[in-house]
Design a protein around this ligand. Structure first.
Ligand SMILES: Nc1ncnc2c1ncn2[C@@H]1O[C@H](COP(=O)(O)OP(=O)(O)OP(=O)(O)O)[C@@H](O)[C@H]1O
Ligand SMILES: [Mg+2]
Length: 257
């Protein structure tokens, strides 16, 4: 079953005269339990694609099917389905978490969303304690404020928040790139473990091909808004068909050439 069918999606920003083509005719299918890495240089459209999948933005052309149904973010019912199943972790936990909110409130916020339905546990406090434990933070973190935590800990809080409503799909936009190198591997391993244990479908944006090799079974390469290559990680990275993928590989010194 395809979780997402991305069908000839383009996204333009700006006016007709001065527009940016952030995505250009992207077609891709993501199946249940796959782990996709989306790579590409800065400005290649990675975040734009993820936002469309999260229902935070819409294509200018083309369409996205979510669980076989056309995703229309003006339609509350479809958006409700999406919010109940899909959660997103943003790139920088300093800006994505409100520093003046208590951790318990940050994590339970998605549980209180009127759009999330069905899977929400009755006892929000118990669920917060459960997900804090799952991400390796003590239960008494609930009462503290986000600004009292380090970058790595904040990204754990962001993960706990994403996992609280028991999603089946996790979207992650460069989840470790803002973190100190020493904690990156910890947070990445944590994401791996949680994706495994919760049986999640993962779509993760990264510019780091080592992260893709480590975590993702599929990879899509974006170049100036165009998906130039997509497929199983080993195939794409060991036998890149596109010049741009080879350049990416060479720049991270992981290439076989
Ligand atoms: N809301 C917006 N309004 C205007 N232009 C935008 C908007 N969002 C993105 N863009 C433009 O679309 C292009 C793709 O942006 P996007 O943020 O998707 O790139 P990215 O691959 O995530 O880059 P990075 O690696 O730097 O995060 C860029 O040229 C960007 O300036
Ligand atoms: Mg981005």
């Amino acid at each position: 079953m395809s979780v997402y069918t991305i069908d000839h999606v383009s996204r333009r920003f700006g006016s007709r005269r001065r527009s940016t083509q952030a995505l250009n005719d992207v077609t891709l299918s993501v199946k249940e339990h796959e782990r996709w890495g989306i790579v590409g240089e800065s400005g290649s459209g990675k975040t734009t694609l993820l936002k469309i999948l999260a229902g935070l933005d819409s294509p200018s052309e083309g369409k996205v099917l979510f669980m076989g149904k056309c995703l229309d973010i003006r339609d509350r019912a479809t958006l409700g389905d999406l919010r109940s199943s899909v959660q997103m972790v943003f790139q920088d936990p300093r800006s994505s978490l409100d520093p003046r909110m208590r951790v318990g409130d940050i994590i339970s916020e998605p549980l209180r969303s009127p759009l999330v339905k069905g899977k929400v546990p009755a006892d929000a406090d118990a669920r917060v304690a459960e997900v804090l434990d799952a991400v390796g933070l003590p239960a008494d973190s609930q009462r503290l404020f986000a600004h009292e935590f380090s970058g790595g800990q904040r990204q754990r809080i962001a993960l706990a928040r994403a996992l609280a409503p028991n999603p089946s799909i996790l979207l992650a936009d460069e989840p470790v790139s803002a973190l100190d190198v020493s904690v990156r591997a910890h947070v990445l391993n944590l994401i791996d473990d949680l994706v495994d244990s919760m049986g999640l479908t993962l779509i993760m944006v990264t510019h780091d091909l080592a992260v893709v090799r480590h975590t993702c079974d599929h990879v899509g390469v974006l170049y100036q808004g165009t998906l130039v290559e997509a497929g199983p990680t080993a195939e794409v990275l060991n036998n890149p068909r596109e010049e741009y993928t080879r350049t990416l590989l060479a720049s991270t010194r992981l290439g076989h050439a």
